[in-house]
Design a protein around this ligand. Structure first.
Ligand code: UGA
Length: 440
């Protein structure tokens, strides 16, 4: 099948390459010529394991191409995926739909014949219906444009697998004489042949599925982090507790990782946009608990700073703190709303001399927080540290040897902000190891 993918950020670049991998002829489209040039030359402009290989394989096969020309996109295919960003609007909790609307405004007037646009961006419920109205108002006399919604559930770090073998495919359609389901069955023929659940819903349900999934994940993380606060107060151990409740199938251990909490380009902004939209719909009370989810999450960052201060004898000024990690999670170079970078920044603003090391996110971190000291190697970052804070659980940090690490620092004091280190081994090597939600 011929198809375009409009927007070649995280979602769109992955979707273009993976659709080509599934055998389709794909044209990726973006207004950012630097991104397009990079993708055309086989370079993924962000860190995503496995994606460069898929990109290059499909560029070479000729099935994948990129352009900045919307006219070319309108001619190339009758099936389009919309994957542009919906960031948090400045000065508000709501989502900014400027980019999504701009795609419809720029693309639809160029279309001829029957076209289907599958929205993949995370949007407030009601957006697809509004975009359909907008598209109808812009389409020429012999043109019909259908808007369907096909939310994306990929995780950074696992984007390729999540796209090629998704755990479910959700499609929102407008009923009536919709062609979207038939087209989607052809697009996703391979995953559907592998018995991937396929759920066809109305448009608002599909839009809500996406934000509900992210709101649930955020709630699960904040639940365990709230319990973590109680563990700290009562002298319990949140990781043992999470293991114990996680054995209950109805609860499950996944996303009960207590620590510095969630960040990234999705969970934080999505729960806020969900609250804002519910408010607009007069259902704000339904989601007030998400405010608490957000607050618990933010308090974990403060707690890490507070604990570091305590371990520096009550004053951060003049103390050297090493922050291991800058990305919002391992296997990513994404620093958007990163708990690690937020902690590093707060420690620095409170007077600590902070050294940061991250295996992939240094360049992005430097752009967001240029005043921190970025070390070229993990050893360099650790040298002379009074306190070490493990803030992103990269395998490299989990594998650190407590004895050799101990030779580098000034004081053997570490905060495990992600609850991943083998406590016994660190203690045996003479370390004072502290963690969030545990009394060690
Ligand atoms: C999230 C969702 O998991 C995806 O399903 C969704 O498609 C995506 O958002 C999106 O909307 O595009 P992602 O942002 O890549 O994916 O990250 P997650 O793996 O969900 O992790 C989010 C944050 O939660 C990270 O900062 C991570 O460190 C934190 N986390 C995760 C915890 O603090 N504890 C846990 O137990 C799990």
């Amino acid at each position: 099948m011929h198809m375009t993918v409009i927007g070649t950020g995280y979602l769109g670049a992955t979707h273009s390459a993976c659709m080509a991998e599934l055998g389709h002829e794909v044209l990726g489209v973006d207004v950012d010529s630097a991104k397009i040039d990079s993708l055309k030359s086989g370079v993924v402009p962000f860190f995503e394991p496995g994606l460069p290989e898929v990109l290059n394989r499909n560029l070479e096969s000729g099935r994948l191409n990129f352009t900045t020309d919307y006219g070319e996109a309108a001619e190339f295919a009758n099936v389009h995926f919309l994957g542009v960003g919906t960031p948090q609007r400045r000065g508000s909790y709501a989502a900014d739909l400027t980019f999504v609307r701009a795609v419809i405004e720029d693309l639809v007037p160029l279309m001829k014949g029957n076209h289907t646009i599958f929205g993949k961006s995370t949007v407030p419920v009601g957006t697809a219906a509004q975009l359909q109205e907008l598209a109808d108002s812009l389409a020429g006399p012999d043109t019909n444009v259908e808007i369907a919604w096909n939310p994306e559930f990929l995780r950074e770090g696992y984007a390729v697998t999540d796209t090629i073998t998704p755990d479910r495919i959700v499609l929102g359609v407008n009923g009536g004489d919709s062609r979207a389901e038939e087209i989607a069955r052809e697009v996703y023929a391979i995953p559907l042949s592998q018995e991937t659940p396929f759920l066809v819903t109305d448009l608002p349900t599909a839009e809500l599925v996406k934000v509900s999934a992210n709101a649930f994940l955020a709630t699960k993380i904040s639940f365990i982090n709230a319990v973590s606060e109680v563990c700290e107060a009562a002298g319990g151990d949140v990781t043992a507790l999470a293991d114990a409740i996680g054995y209950d199938d109805r609860i499950g251990r996944k996303f009960l990782g207590a620590g510095l909490g969630f960040g990234g380009g999705c969970l934080p902004k999505d729960i806020r946009a969900f609250m804002a939209r519910a408010g607009e719909l007069g259902a704000d009370r339904a989601l007030t608990f998400l405010r608490e989810v957000d607050a618990v999450n933010m308090r974990r960052r403060e707690r890490a700073v507070q604990l570091t201060r305590k371990l520096c004898g009550g004053d951060l000024l003049g103390h050297r703190v090493t922050v291991l990690g800058a990305a919002f999670k391992p296997n990513s170079d994404d620093v958007r709303d990163s708990p690690a970078l937020s902690v590093a920044g707060s420690l620095s603003l409170a007077g600590a001399e902070v050294s940061v090391y991250d295996p992939q996110a240094m360049d992005n971190a430097r752009k967001v927080f240029p005043t921190l000291n970025y070390s070229p190697t993990v050893e360099d970052a650790l040298t002379g540290a009074d306190v070490v804070v493990l803030a992103t659980e990269w395998q490299q940090f989990r594998d650190l040897d407590p004895a050799t690490t101990g030779e580098l620092v000034r004081r053997r004091v570490i905060i495990d902000g992600r609850n991943v280190l083998p406590v016994d081994q660190w203690q045996a090597a003479g370390w004072d190891i502290q963690a969030l939600g545990r009394n060690l």
